[in-house]
Design a protein around this ligand. Sequence first.
Ligand SMILES: NC(=O)c1ccc[n+]([C@@H]2O[C@H](COP(=O)([O-])OP(=O)(O)OC[C@H]3O[C@@H](n4cnc5c(N)ncnc54)[C@H](OP(=O)(O)O)[C@@H]3O)[C@@H](O)[C@H]2O)c1
Length: 210
Amino acid sequence: MRPFVHVNCAMSADGKIAGIERKQVRISSDEDKNRVKELRKKYDAILVGVGTVLADDPHLTVKELDYDTNPIRIVIDPHGRTPDNALVLDEKAPTVMITSSDCEKEWDCEETIHFEGELCLSEMLETLAEEIGIESILVEGGGETIAHFFREGLVDRYTVFVGGLIIGGRAAPTPAGGDGWAAENGIKLVLKDSMVMGNGVVLTFEPEKR
Ligand SMILES: NC(=O)c1ccc[n+]([C@@H]2O[C@H](COP(=O)([O-])OP(=O)(O)OC[C@H]3O[C@@H](n4cnc5c(N)ncnc54)[C@H](OP(=O)(O)O)[C@@H]3O)[C@@H](O)[C@H]2O)c1
């Protein structure tokens, strides 16, 4: 069975997840940061795309946990763009790199999984479950990666913190970026919960059952 997939991100009140320079912007309130910390503890793995690694250089760990108790970090990086000194490769938690079979880059990490041709996320999820025993994944971004998960119908829960900030800019990334899809193919969600978290609100959605 494939792992449960929960997408979590933070966006400004005008629907941007970063500025036009694609650099990290403080959107979350302190309360929301705590919520995300607690959320990370509940998941077997945290996944991001290489764009987030290059833009933000995140650790993707819970500070008070050690190597054995932190969730596994997963990076989708088809072309081997993650530098050796990226914080996501440090010794604070195991890391699994997902790359194409053409990629010759080697990382000092727990495991590298190679895929043939185009990456099929449902196959990737099956492999992560079967080979590593991952039952749940928190997808933290960025917009291209989240869009791929939505497009392939693989999102079981979506939480978004909407913060009191206008970032602006047509080039600023949004929670579901990439090439997009026709409006009539929009992915329908059901609102399950809403909660004020400091100067913002956390919305929890689940996909509409077909
Ligand atoms: N506010 C938030 O919550 C939040 C969270 C995270 C990130 N961010 C922001 O988001 C921005 C980065 O997002 P992004 O959309 O540029 O990058 P991204 O989603 O982090 O990474 C996208 C890249 O990952 C690879 N990739 C991901 N999924 C793939 C798939 N299914 N198949 C093939 N390749 C796949 C591709 O790499 P290749 O191009 O090499 O093939 C793709 O270009 C930054 O500005 C960052 O600050 C915000």
